[in-house]
Design a protein around this ligand. Structure first.
Ligand code: ADP
Ligand code: MG
Length: 257
């Protein structure tokens, strides 16, 4: 699969829409589009692939090669750069809008994938996602009564986020318990569901995680040692999920009764 035509800007930063040769539109994120965003596509790729393994509602992810001739057709944002030809494409979800744009229409609707909300919380805590803002959860209003949610934008996760390295990955992760999306999600779920979500994450096979880390393209400059450090973080932090979830629930003064 490869991008064949530039279609336009998405959001407020550097995500761009392309038509690909399978006939579908894809959101493209560029490797190191700003110097300081060194790990953005790495994080997006690793988190997206892990989420896919957990059957979370994320778009299909593909590593794509974009030839220089096509890259040169993209209007450049001042101060940004397009480095290399290996980038990341995520299938565009037709008809889904950021939560913040439909906020007033979400209450009183049936969430058709409600059972995945606990998984979203546990997953974000596992990867220490810093950016589950109301722009980074898409809502598909299916009809007058129903909606589904879709997770996007995992560029800012893992301790150190855009600039993680072997040292930052062993620092205590920071969490954004306060994101309004979590308050909304927490209102719809039970403690038991969260426990089951932790179990799901803990039952992912190490070999599946290693496979994902090994598939990070060399062009994205993650050394063997760094891949190993990320593996260790993922192993260690999923073991801590029961305590992290407890802190999260206390922060939200969650009381099921
Ligand atoms: N898979 C997708 N399907 C539909 N729209 C998307 C998708 N991914 C991103 N968007 C839209 O593009 C915007 C920017 O994408 P995002 O991944 O959040 O990048 P960033 O915030 O880093 O610019 C989102 O807020 C959303 O409106
Ligand atoms: Mg975003």
């Amino acid at each position: 699969m490869k991008p064949i035509r530039y279609l336009g800007v998405l959001g407020e930063d550097y995500a761009r829409l392309f038509l690909c040769d399978d006939g579908h539109p894809y959101v493209v994120k560029f490797y190191r589009v700003k110097h300081y965003r060194k790990r953005e596509v790495v994080n997006e790729y690793v988190a997206g692939r892990l989420a896919t393994k957990l059957h979370l509602p994320v778009s299909t992810i593909q590593i794509v090669n974009i030839p220089q001739e096509l890259l040169s057709t993209i209007p450049r944002v001042k101060g940004s750069r397009l480095q290399g030809t290996v980038h990341l494409a995520l299938r565009f979800i037709e008809g889904a809008l950021p939560y913040k744009e439909v906020e007033r229409e979400v209450s009183n609707r049936i969430i058709t994938n409600r059972c995945q909300l606990a998984d979203l919380i546990a997953f974000d805590l596992w990867i220490a996602n810093m950016d589950r803002s109301r722009s980074n959860l898409l809502i598909h209003l299916k009809d007058r009564d129903r909606l589904s949610f879709h997770m996007i934008d995992h560029g800012k996760c893992f301790p150190g986020d855009y600039l993680w390295n072997e040292s930052t990955l062993i620092e205590p992760p920071k969490y954004r318990f306060d994101m309004p999306i979590y308050k909304w999600a927490l209102n719809q779920i039970t403690r038991d569901e969260l426990t089951r979500s932790i179990q799901k994450i803990c039952s992912l096979h190490d070999t599946d995680i290693v496979e994902i880390l090994n598939e990070i393209p060399d062009e994205w400059e993650v050394s063997e040692k760094e891949r190993h450090a990320l593996f260790s973080y993922l192993k260690m932090n999923r073991g801590h999920l029961p305590e992290i979830v407890e802190s999260f629930l206390s922060f939200h003064t969650y009381d099921e009764t």
